[in-house]
Write a protein that binds this ligand. Structure first.
Ligand code: 3UK
Length: 526
């Protein structure tokens, strides 16, 4: 049995969590609850039933043993295209306990994205929920590598039999706090997604400084996250945070919608709700029509993109609840600047979370004064060690322990941090990354399109959505029908949320003398 952790010194900056020299993070998150007598408590609740901490620990061990029987060894990667369900927990923690590195990926992606990730990660195995077979199977067929493959549920009888036969006992592989533990892919405006390599310790740091120090989470909490487990945001909200404090999580594999979230809130009575601004806007429209019972909630959280202050106010007026906006990233694993229950300012991201340091600097790395806009850099003990196999991107983003977020920020005169936009062209759409370059490439694959440029435009809720400016080969083809055809063309070829919501046909695009498209000229248009 390994030491549990951890001597926790709360609220220091920088963080001073002391880890045991041999430390596998699955021990404090899974096994500890058994030795502390919590096995009968529900860890996970779903419409199909509950999973106790005791059952969770058994299934984690079975999964770890099956991965070993399959020949996976410590350091091997397991690519997970898995929906929000208890099996996600079994696989993720079973892998970590066995020293295998789980790589959960966005389940909304398409075959070419998965093919890239299979090859880039050089994963030893891929596991997918049957729902994603239509994208996973062609990706596996065309990938250069041949990982082992299994599906998570009933239609893989051999796997089910193996799990049933596997031992419920498994000793955690001896790891150190700084060993690689899991990866998450992060997108950029150009180039392919990058695997952010996280260590065992990173998970603990986010739980101590954000879940406990900032949100005040405890074992009485019931968490519900509209953001899915494959996002770093959802992974904390709906898995690592509740497991750390011995709380309960409500999981659903359904697509988040106002109806789905209110149904689950009324049924399972969570105390904490984690959403994204686009969904809060839709929930507000629904609530303004039909009141729903959200009285179990003590706090709401928003991240992924900036929360417009108008949404904060309308939500508070209707529900009497505050929404704590906070900025996090895949690289830092979770939220590092946040509003707090007792200290919040609508329209701002709040103040630095304990354990993190932030800096706003100009183009020469000179620190900005209050009110001045600059690039946001963050330092913290939960930062990814590197991007997998990508020293150039690692060097460009991570320098001397400081991570360049790619965001522009200012600190106002009261000390709150205010989001002012990206310093690259990336868009957050419904809290999920969207590269204009990727949408443009899809558009120009259409035979009638000569050139295309995509920019972000705020919708009626003040939330960013993609907008396309298109030069057709034959200007005479411009019509509403053509616009619909191009929209469908994008939805068919890209993750569905990436299609342009507005399409404008133009005669030419603003360019520099060297032919580079000037996106800022288009952003200025109204
Ligand atoms: C943007 C925000 C303004 C910002 C994330 C919570 O979003 C998360 O991670 P990603 O890697 O994206 C990071 C980028 O998203 N962003 C996120 N939150 C806010 N901008 N206000 C916000 N509140 O550009 C940032 O650099 O997808 C969020 C927890 C964990 C996460 N990984």
């Amino acid at each position: 049995m390994q030491d549990h952790v951890v001597v926790v010194d709360h609220t220091p900056t920088p963080s001073t969590i002391a880890f045991a020299p041999i430390f596998n993070v699955a021990v404090p998150f899974i096994d500890r609850h058994l030795s502390e007598g919590g096995s009968e408590k529900a860890a996970i609740r779903t419409v199909a039933g509950d999973v106790t901490y005791g059952e969770l620990a058994e299934q984690v061990n079975r999964c770890g043993n099956v991965l070993r029987e399959m020949g996976l060894v410590p350091g091997d990667r397991l690519l997970m295209i898995v929906k929000d369900c208890p099996e996600f927990f079994y696989l993720f923690w079973g892998a970590i306990k066995a020293g295998v590195v789980p790589v959960p990926v966005n389940t909304l992606l398409r075959a070419p994205d998965y093919q890239y990730m299979i090859d880039d990660s050089a994963c030893a195995a891929v596991v997918y929920s049957p729902e994603y077979a239509a994208e996973a199977a062609p990706a596996l067929a065309s990938a250069a590598r041949r990982p082992q493959v299994f599906a998570t549920s009933g239609d893989d009888a051999a796997l089910q039999a193996r799990l049933a036969r596997a031992s419920t006992a498994l000793d955690a592989v001896a790891a150190t706090p700084d060993d690689d533990c899991f990866w998450l892919y992060s997108s950029g405006s150009t180039g392919r997604p990058k695997g952010a390599v996280h260590r065992h310790r990173d998970i603990v740091v986010t739980c101590v400084h954000y879940a406990v120090d900032t949100l005040g989470m405890g074992e009485g909490d019931i968490c519900f996250s509209a953001a899915k487990l494959f996002f770093a945001y959802g992974l904390g909200n709906a898995m690592t945070f509740p497991l750390w404090v011995g709380a309960t999580v409500v999981l659903s594999d359904q697509r988040p919608s106002p109806e789905m979230t209110f149904d689950l809130i009324e049924r399972f009575k969570p105390t904490l709700y984690f959403g994204v601004p686009t969904l809060y806007a839709a929930q507000l429209r629904a609530l303004e029509q039909t009141p729903r019972d959200v009285s179990s909630l003590r706090l709401c959280v928003s991240a992924g993109e900036a929360l417009p202050p108008d949404i904060f106010r309308r939500w508070q007026a209707l529900t009497n609840l505050v929404i704590l906006d906070g900025i996090g990233s895949t690289e830092l694993l979770h939220i590092f600047i946040s509003n707090r229950p007792e200290d919040y300012k609508p329209g701002s991201s709040g103040r630095t979370v304990p354990g993190y340091e932030v800096q706003i600097v100009d183009e020469n790395d000179v620190p900005a004064t209050p009110g001045e806009v600059g690039r946001l850099l963050v330092k913290g003990e939960s930062a990814a060690r590197c991007y997998w196999n990508n020293p150039a991107k690692t060097a460009a983003t991570m320098r001397d322990e400081w991570v360049n977020t790619g965001d522009t920020y200012l600190q106002d005169h009261e000390g709150y941090y205010v989001y002012c936009g990206r310093s690259d062209d990336m868009l957050k759409v419904g809290g999920i990354w969207c590269s204009p370059v990727e949408i443009e490439s899809r558009l120009v694959e259409h035979p009638k399109v000569l050139e295309a440029t995509v920019v972000g435009r705020a919708d009626d809720d003040d939330l960013i959505k993609p907008e396309a400016y298109i030069v057709l080969r034959d200007a005479g083809d411009a019509s509403d029908a053509m616009a619909n055809e191009l929209s469908t063309h994008c939805q068919d070829g890209l993750a569905r949320y990436k299609y342009p919501r507005w399409i404008h046909f133009v005669d030419d695009l603003p360019k520099t003398a060297t032919g580079k498209i000037q996106r800022f000229q288009l952003r200025k248009r109204d």
